[in-house]
Design a protein around this ligand. Structure first.
Ligand SMILES: *Cc1c(COP(=O)(O)O)cnc(C)c1O
Length: 411
C-alpha cells in the first residue's frame, strides 16, 4: 500500500474504506447527510476555514498539547522509553473537543443555528455543549433516562453550558435509544440544525470528517517526537472506543516505519457482555448507519457491552479501523479492566498524571510493550486521550488508593 496516496483513495466517494463504512440511512435523513457531505467537501479546503480552525485550536483549546517523556514510569520497566501525547491538557480535558470545534465551525460556515447529538456517558455532550457556547449556537443533546441518572455531573455541565437535554425514555433508555431520538429530531429540523457525531463512525462523511479534525493529535505528536528524539517511535498506541483519538493519532504515522496498536477494552473477560472488544470478537455488521466489525448477540443485533471505561463501551468500531486491520497496517490488542486500573495508579504515582480510565488502556499497553521489549530499548508513543478527574470517585470507591497495585513496584 502506498500511504502517500492513501488520503486520495480512502474513503471513496461513497464513504467506503474497502468494504467498511458507507451511509445506510433512511430516505428521510439522506438529504441531510448529503448536505453535510457536499458542504464539508468544499468548506474543508477553504483558506478561511483552515485559518479559523487553527486560531481556535491555539487560542481557545490551548494547542499544541505537549509530548511528555515518562522517565520514572519507563525506569520501572527497564530500557524502553514511554512517551505520552497529552490530550488531557486540551481544553475540557480530553480529545473530543478537537472534532466538536471542527463540527461547530462547519455548522457556522453552513449557516446552521443548532448542534444536535446523542451522548452516552456525557463526555461528547459536554464537549459539544462547549463548542456550541463558543460559537453562539443552540445545542440539543439526546440522552437515555438511565444515563441521565448515572451521569449527573456531566448533565449539570451541559446545562451550565446552555445545552438542552432531551430524554430518551424508550427501550433500555441508554445510548442506542439516544441515537434513535437524536436521528428523529434531526430529520425534522436539518434545515436549521446539524448533527454532530461523537466519534469516527456513523454514516459518511462523519468517519472522514472526524478523522480529519482529530489528525491534529498525530501531526503534532509526530513533529514533536521527531524534534525531541531525532527518531520515530517503535510503536504508536491509542485506545479505541469508537476510534476517534486513535485514528487521529495513527493516520499521520501510516507511511512511517512504526508499528501501530489500537487498544480495545477486554473488560472482565472474553464472555459476551463482559467486554467491548469489537475487533477481537466482532464480525461484519451494520449499525448506526455504517458497516464495520460489530459485536452481535444471538439474534445478530448489537450485543450488550461493558468496560470500566464508559467511553470505550461501544459494540462496533469506526470503519477505517476495520479497513486498516484488514490490510494489516494496524494491530488491535485487548487490555482488561485490571490492567487499565494498574496503569491508572502507576501513571498517577510515578508521573503525577491522573489519566482517564479510557486512556489508562493505552498506557497499560505501553507498559506491556515496554516490558516485552525491554532488551531492545527503543521508545513507544501513546495517546493520553483524557484526564481522570471524572473517574476518581469510582476508583477510590472500588479500588481504594491502589496500595495492592503499587506494592509490586519500587524505583
Ligand atoms: C470518549 C473517550 C474515548 C473513546 O473515544 P474514541 O472515539 O475511541 O477516541 C477515549 N478517551 C477519552 C478520554 C474519552 O472521553
Amino acid at each position: 500500500m502506498d500511504y502517500k496516496r492513501y488520503f486520495k483513495n480512502y474513503p471513496d466517494e461513497n464513504g467506503y474504506f474497502g468494504t467498511h463504512g458507507g451511509a445506510m440511512i433512511s430516505d428521510e435523513l439522506k438529504p441531510a447527510f448529503e448536505e453535510i457531505r457536499d458542504a464539508y467537501k468544499t468548506i474543508c479546503h477553504s483558506a478561511q476555514f483552515i485559518s479559523e480552525l487553527r486560531r481556535i485550536r491555539k487560542e481557545f483549546q490551548g494547542r499544541p498539547t505537549p509530548v511528555y517523556h515518562c522517565e520514572r514510569l519507563s525506569k520501572l520497566f527497564g530500557n524502553t522509553q514511554i512517551y505520552l501525547k497529552r490530550e488531557d491538557l486540551n481544553h475540557t480535558g480530553a480529545h473530543k473537543l478537537n472534532h466538536c470545534m471542527g463540527e461547530g465551525l462547519l455548522a457556522k460556515f453552513m449557516g446552521k443555528k443548532k448542534l444536535i447529538a446523542e451522548t452516552g456517558a456525557g463526555q461528547h455532550g459536554v464537549a459539544l455543549a462547549t463548542a456550541a457556547a463558543y460559537f453562539g449556537l443552540e445545542c440539543e443533546i439526546h440522552m437515555g433516562t438511565v444515563d441521565i441518572a448515572k451521569q449527573a455531573p456531566n448533565v449539570a455541565r451541559m446545562k451550565i453550558l446552555g445545552a438542552k437535554i432531551v430524554e430518551a425514555t424508550h427501550g433500555l433508555a441508554t445510548l442506542k435509544e439516544a441515537v434513535d431520538s437524536a436521528f428523529d429530531s434531526y430529520a425534522k429540523q436539518y434545515k436549521d440544525a446539524i448533527y454532530c457525531i461523537g466519534s469516527a463512525l456513523g454514516p459518511h462523511p462523519f468517519p472522514l470528517m472526524v478523522r480529519d479534525f482529530q489528525m491534529v493529535i498525530g501531526s503534532e505528536a509526530r513533529e514533536q517526537f521527531l524534534e525531541m528524539t531525532g527518531n520515530f517511535p517503535d510503536a504508536v498506541i491509542a485506545c479505541v472506543g469508537g476510534g476517534s483519538n486513535s485514528i487521529g493519532m495513527f493516520t499521520p504515522f501510516l507511511d512511517d516505519p512504526v508499528d501501530i496498536y489500537g487498544v480495545e477494552p477486554l473488560g472482565k473477560g472474553p464472555k459476551m457482555g463482559d467486554h467491548a472488544a469489537s475487533m477481537a470478537y466482532g464480525t461484519p455488521g451494520i449499525m448506526h448507519g455504517f458497516e464495520s466489525y460489530m459485536l452481535k448477540d444471538e439474534n445478530g443485533d448489537p450485543a450488550p457491552v461493558y468496560s470500566i471505561a464508559s467511553g470505550l463501551d461501544y459494540p462496533s468500531v469506526g470503519p477505517e479501523h476495520a479497513f486498516l486491520k484488514d490490510i494489516g497496517r494496524t494491530t488491535y490488542v485487548p487490555v482488561s479492566d485490571e490492567e487499565a486500573v494498574e496503569a491508572f495508579f502507576l501513571l498517577s504515582k510515578y508521573e503525577g498524571i491522573i489519566p482517564a480510565l479510557e486512556s489508562s488502556h493505552a498506557v497499560a499497553y505501553a507498559i506491556k510493550y515496554a516490558k516485552e521489549n525491554n532488551k531492545r530499548g527503543g521508545a513507544v508513543l501513546a495517546c493520553l486521550s483524557g484526564r481522570g478527574d471524572k473517574d476518581v470517585d469510582y476508583i477510590i470507591e472500588n479500588y481504594g488508593y491502589g496500595e495492592n497495585y503499587l506494592a509490586k513496584y519500587t524505583l
